[in-house]
Design a binder for this molecule. Sequence first.
Ligand code: BG6
Ligand code: MG
Length: 222
Amino acid sequence: MTIRAFIFDLDGVITDTAEYHYRAWKRLADAKNIPFTREDNDALRGVSRRESLERLLNGREISEPAALECLAQKNAYYLAYINRLRPQDRLPGVTAFLHAARRAEVKTAIASASKNARLVLNRLELTTHFDVIGDGNSVAKPKPAPDLFIWVADALQVSTAESVVFEDAEAGIDAAKNAGCLTVGIGGAKVNHADIHLKHGLKNVEPHSILRRLEALRSTRG
Ligand code: BG6
Ligand code: MG
């Protein structure tokens, strides 16, 4: 089956907002005297805002209004960071890769767990580079459920088997595999389940080399 679409996660793949999510959670954790490290944050990559709070609280019980206040506070901290994002904050290689994908007539989309995805894309001046944008408002069940990738493939009018997903988080790789997509792990965090791993992201990567590698892999799997 021919590959017809590239579906990108946003945070950690297109731009390094993972750092800003970390700083925002860290401020909240410090204010509440909850220990929280960068390693803890790595485990939250691709995880929804609500589930991230549950993991940060690590069994500490709080009322629903207090939880909602924490979520709003974390988002306020996060928004203050991303309002300063600029097109220069695209990760290395992203712009060239997107242009090359267009030239190769591969459709492109975003599938992000973030409710702030459109804002981030606007700040990066990338909104018009994608045929479809799926975000934290598009489906009810967050990654690792396959729903967001199925929703995006559907909107692109391709099958999930014709789609390659680029993800920096194992939760996202698992979601993409559950949906039936091929997968490319991006960056230094744990993405052991990916079909291909690009440790240094999209820098100096050609869409054609990804297509060749994945198609070869698929033919050996039969
Ligand atoms: C994902 C991030 O893309 O979006 C997670 O990797 C984040 O760290 C999630 O929690 C939800 O983002 P937001 O912007 O809706 O809080
Ligand atoms: Mg991510």
